[in-house]
Each structure stands twice: as structure tokens, then as C-alpha cells.
Design a protein around this ligand. Structure first.
Ligand code: MG
Length: 374
């Protein structure tokens, strides 16, 4: 590997979703996509994405731009691309928190490094598979709409549905109606996005258990900081409990493991601050019998592509699990040429170097703040 990083560029886009995305804490008809492009001066490009969320990472497109163009550029511009061992920790020292911005820069540099070697990003991570399987998320809504969407997704080939709950609908009966409509062979997950207290979480989950709903997992039932509450739910229900907002980094994961607060963890690049920390978390989870799901934020196929490469590189038990990488299916229009592709629930990595991204879709009318450099 040779060369240096010559520049970072930030691209802001506003992308319509195919349908509104509704959870217990947000509703969105479009998303702000913030891409970071790394260049080496020899014609190679690397791509990363910063998925912004005030509720999860506390970042905005403006804060990402400020972090990337300021302290994070100072770390990487002019840096040799064969000196990446400490990249993640150097970025973390340069900008406290700002995990999505740091992840975007780290992914862009890793993608650039892989492209220079004519290897896929997944190959550089040690992946042995070309595809991973994803669930599909169903927004929180009324029972009739939920059932209709569930049936449509199953007809499209999806084998695992993840239902957003906790937004004020009758979740108990809605999930039973969904199960009745889709039959017993389709996996069902629920994600409360921190909406419940302990007693509510236990009461609702036990209701589903008694009714034979056969949930694959229960995701983040209580507040992110309430690890004692999460541990209590985990102890009192038979359904596996997946921690999402409660765990961002390996320090959080260590604490979760020590308190036996969940049986699984949802690892997302926007939370961890990049691929390096996410891989440390996956290894820690595997060593401690914690199941790993690789997830994404509501982001474009760029960020999902890096997360999918990570998923493909996990130990076989975790790699083979159904992951939570459907965000690329929610974009009304692609933002880049190349990259990942979906066939029903199967997400295929590109065979081309790096993430296989060949550039922005430049005729997109959704560019909010073009850098005029591309
Ligand atoms: Mg979640």
C-alpha cells in the first residue's frame, strides 16, 4: 500500500424514503445523507457515511461537516495510507464523541486503502462470504396497516420482520394479528426503541410468550441508560433481549456483559465510531456468548455497505444470523453508482474494489449543499 490521503470531501443530500419511517421516538419521510469521500491524488476514492440522529448519536449534518472539515481532516489529510493501525484511536482523540462523523472518515479511509490494493473492503476485513441476510423493518402503525405491510414483505421473500412498537398503538394485538397473517415460519422481532418501563416490557413480552408468538428477539425495551432495568427485563422474560441504544462502544458492552443486561447486541458503525471499534465489540461479544446483530441507522447504501462488509467478516455463527441492514431498501433513489445490491432479504456485496462505489449519482436533485468538488 502506498500513497497518502490528499483530501476529504463532504457531500450533503436529502433523500426521500419510499414510505415514512416511524418509531417510538421519530417520524421521517426523508433523511439527510452525509457522505465523506477520501481521495489519494492518484485517482482512487474511498467512501463513508455519517448517519446523523439527534436521538442516537447527537449529531447533525452541520456538526458532521464541521468535524470532518476540521479536526478529523487534520488527522488524515497527508497521512500515509499504510499507517492505519491507530487511525480509529487518533480520530477519537481529535474529536470527542461525534461517532458518526468519525465512522464516516474511518470507513472512507479503509475503503480508499482497499481500493488501492484492488481488494474489496470485505476482503480486507477477512470476510468469507459475498452476501448477508437482513430483516425488514415495519414502522409503528395501526394493526391493519401493519398486517398489510407484513404480508407484502413476506410475499417479497423476507424471512424476518422487525416491528417498531411502543408508539402508542395496541402492540399486543397487532403482533398477534401479524403472526396470524404471516404464519409460523417467518421470524418476528420487535424494537421498542426505549419506550417502555420494566414492568410494561415484562408484561407485554410475557403476553406474547403465553400467546405463542415466538419472537426472535426483543430490542431495547427500556431507556438506554437503564442497564439495571434492561437486566431485569432480560432476567424475567424468556425471549432474547437485544441491546441497541444502550451499547455504543466496547466499554458499554463490557458493562452490559458484567451486569448480564442483555443476551445480544446490535452493533452499528454510527454508534461505535467506525469499523475498528465495531470489530473489537464483535470479538468481545463472541468471547462472552453475546449474539451479534449488525445494524444500521436510517442511512443510504453507502453506510449499509460498510456495515454489511463488517457482518460478512464476523465469526460464522454471527455472520450467518439475520442482520438489521435494510436501510438501503428505504431510499427512493440511489445516491451512488455501484456498491451493495439487494435481492429480497439477501444483501450482496460488490465484487469491485473497496465498497465498489463508482461515484455519486450526480443528477440527483436532492443535493442540499453540494461541495461543488465532484
Ligand atoms: Mg433499534
Amino acid at each position: 500500500m502506498t500513497g497518502t490521503v490528499s483530501a476529504l470531501r463532504v457531500h450533503d443530500l436529502e433523500v426521500d424514503l419510499v414510505r415514512p419511517f416511524v418509531t417510538a421516538i421519530r417520524r421521517a419521510a426523508s433523511i439527510s445523507v452525509v457522505l465523506v469521500e477520501a481521495l489519494d491524488g492518484a485517482g482512487h476514492h474511498g467512501w463513508g457515511e455519517a448517519a446523523t440522529s439527534w436521538q442516537v448519536t447527537g449529531e447533525s449534518p452541520a456538526s458532521v461537516r464541521a468535524a470532518v472539515e476540521g479536526p478529523l481532516s487534520e488527522v488524515v489529510v497527508g497521512r500515509r495510507i499504510d499507517a492505519l493501525t491507530t487511525l480509529g484511536s487518533d480520530l477519537a482523540i481529535a474529536a470527542f464523541q461525534n461517532s458518526a462523523a468519525r465512522s464516516a472518515v474511518e470507513c472512507a479511509i479503509q475503503d480508499l486503502a482497499a481500493a488501492q490494493c484492488a481488494l474489496t473492503l470485505a476482503a480486507t476485513l477477512g470476510a468469507h462470504r459475498q452476501s448477508v441476510r437482513t430483516d425488514i423493518t415495519l414502522s409503528a402503525t395501526n394493526t391493519d396497516d401493519l398486517v398489510a405491510v407484513a404480508v407484502r414483505h413476506v410475499a417479497d421473500g423476507f424471512t424476518m420482520l422487525k416491528v417498531k412498537v411502543g408508539a402508542g398503538h395496541d402492540d399486543r394485538q397487532a403482533l398477534l394479528a401479524v403472526r396470524e397473517a404471516i404464519g409460523p415460519s417467518i421470524g418476528l422481532r420487535v424494537d421498542a426503541n426505549q419506550a417502555w418501563d420494566v414492568d410494561e416490557a415484562v408484561r407485554i413480552t410475557r403476553f406474547w410468550e403465553s400467546a405463542g408468538l415466538d419472537l426472535d428477539l426483543l430490542e431495547q425495551p427500556v431507556r438506554a441508560r437503564d442497564l439495571d432495568g434492561l437486566a431485569e427485563v432480560t432476567a424475567r422474560v424468556a425471549t432474547p433481549v437485544l441491546a441497541d441504544e444502550s451499547v455504543r462502544t466496547s466499554d458499554d458492552l463490557r458493562e452490559l456483559i458484567s451486569r448480564r443486561a442483555a443476551t445480544m447486541v446490535n452493533i452499528k458503525l454510527a454508534k461505535s465510531g467506525g469499523l475498528g471499534e465495531a470489530r473489537r465489540m464483535a470479538a468481545l461479544a463472541a468471547q462472552n456468548g453475546i449474539g451479534v446483530v449488525i445494524g444500521c441507522m436510517m442511512e443510504s447504501s453507502v453506510g449499509v455497505g460498510a456495515a454489511a462488509a463488517l457482518a460478512a467478516s464476523l465469526c460464522e455463527t454471527d455472520a450467518a444470523r439475520t442482520h438489521d441492514l435494510d436501510a438501503g431498501l428505504w431510499q427512493a433513489n440511489p445516491v451512488v453508482h455501484g456498491g451493495i445490491s439487494y435481492k429480497g432479504p439477501d444483501l450482496y456485496l460488490s465484487d469491485d474494489p473497496g465498497l465498489g462505489i463508482h461515484g455519486l449519482v450526480t443528477n440527483s436533485r436532492s443535493i442540499v449543499d453540494g461541495t461543488a468538488q465532484w
